[in-house]
Design a protein around this ligand. Structure first.
Ligand SMILES: [Ca+2]
Ligand SMILES: [Ca+2]
Ligand SMILES: [Ca+2]
Ligand SMILES: [Ca+2]
Length: 410
């Protein structure tokens, strides 16, 4: 979820570049939706960023959180997190990359709970929630931070524990790993969940999409969670595929007791003629063994441009994944893949006339309380004439009936 431009189609305000689900902010019984636009402007200033909270039931705007001159790029990362303030509702981490800060927003009231300063600033900040741990009367919120701009582009990932409740929240850095300069180290991060950093079975996966020996084939490095020592590295293929652009944690696909990961390379090209078809790979967390690979099947499909976790669609006991292919014709596609095999369980298309459907995706939460995860997808509205369409978020609420909402930038 980088604030950088990654595609010519990336919308100017980057509305929809961050998607998350909160608690029930407006009290209508449905969980609500946060959408970020890290390059949104105010009348006074450009690029300060914004996070919009929408009713999950009706799509009505409930609240707007705006960056200011001091918090430029608000919403460059947006992740639902554990219950930081102990009110029983999960909360929201909002990164402001150019400020080098993480704001914590109440998932129940949408009020700011506090903010913490990171050691670094610069584009590409990514966040991964590690959950809340309680020791005695202290609550600590765990966050895995990837910051590829760290130290002039060397890149770093760190495990930080935020202690809420003080005027300026304190953070404690538990461990940090740095990469090789200009490999994009930390552009994507994921951790085995539930997080237990003391366990030798815990793992962190760090994408290095710009890693190159010949071309920018990219890669992903696995670290043990307890020592942050390197366990394995998976390299991309040639052809500048940029493996490691996205990474998310899987369950334990190969049942060896160690959580596994999915990694994408949306620029992967078939050697013959399928330029930028994209691919997604399941990687064993234990030693980096590749468990399966699914390739895009058409040129410019960009399978894996977006990647997310979802619940268990094929009812095999393992949660599954959603993968965006914004260049699939016509209009883009989002596919649910079985995490065990990579087999397609379901394919979604945008509502009529969508362009680039699958630019971002979030399918982790159940908005309407029917027990099944619902799907948030960033796309562009149909463009007329020379216009290329406006960014929007399509909310698909029911797997069987095609009920949906469309959220647009206020
Ligand atoms: Ca609500
Ligand atoms: Ca495993
Ligand atoms: Ca499954
Ligand atoms: Ca649902």
């Amino acid at each position: 979820m980088s604030g950088q431009r990654e595609s010519p189609a990336d919308p100017p305000s980057d509305f929809g570049s961050g998607l998350a689900v909160l608690g029930d902010v407006d009290g209508d019984g449905w969980r609500d939706i946060a959408v970020s636009a890290p390059n949104a402007r105010t009348p006074q200033s450009a690029g300060t960023g914004a996070v919009y909270l929408f009713s999950g039931k009706a799509g009505r705007l409930v609240e707007t959180l705006r960056g200011d001159a001091n918090s430029r790029g608000l919403g460059s990362a947006l992740v639902a997190c554990g219950d930081a303030d102990g009110d029983g509702t999960g909360d929201l981490l909002v990164g402001a990359a150019r400020e080098g800060a993480v704001h914590v927003v109440s998932g129940g009231t949408a009020r700011s709970l506090g903010q913490v300063r990171l050691q670094t600033r610069g584009s590409g900040l990514v966040l991964c929630d590690l959950g809340v741990r309680v020791t005695g009367s202290n609550r600590e919120l765990g966050v895995l931070v990837g910051h590829p701009a760290f130290d002039g582009g060397e890149g770093a990932v760190s495990i930080q524990w935020i202690r809420p409740g003080t005027p300026s929240w304190t953070i404690r850095v538990e461990g940090q790993a740095t990469g090789v300069a200009h490999t994009g180290f930390g552009r994507s991060v994921a951790a085995t969940l539930p997080w237990d950093g003391a366990s030798p079975r815990s793992r962190i996966a760090v994408g290095t999409p710009l890693l190159e020996s010949g071309e920018a084939e990219g890669g992903v490095t696995l670290f043990s969670g307890n020592a942050l020592s390197e366990v394995a590295r998976v390299h991309g293929e040639g052809g500048a595929e940029s493996l490691g652009s996205r990474v998310v944690a899987a369950g334990d696909i190969d049942a060896d007791g160690v959580g596994d990961f999915f990694v994408t390379a949306f620029r992967w090209s078939h050697p013959r003629d399928l330029v930028h078809a994209g691919r997604v790979i399941a990687v064993s967390g234990a030693q980096g063994k590749v468990l399966w690979i699914v390739h895009g099947s058409a040129a410019d499909e960009r399978l894996g441009f977006a990647l997310g976790r979802t619940d268990d669609w094929d009812e095999d006991g393992l949660d599954d994944i959603v993968v965006g292919s914004p260049g699939a014709t016509p209009g883009g596609a989002v596919r649910v893949l079985s995490s065990r095999t990579g087999k397609i369980c379901h394919e979604f298309r945008g509502i009529e006339g969508s362009i680039q459907f699958g630019f971002r995706v979030n399918a982790e939460c159940d908005l309407d309380g029917d027990g099944r995860a619902d799907l948030l997808v960033t796309s562009l509205s149909p463009g007329g004439g020379q216009s290329r369409g406006q960014p929007r978020v399509e909310v698909l609420l029911n797997r069987a009936s095609n009920r949906h909402l469309v959220l647009t930038e206020p």
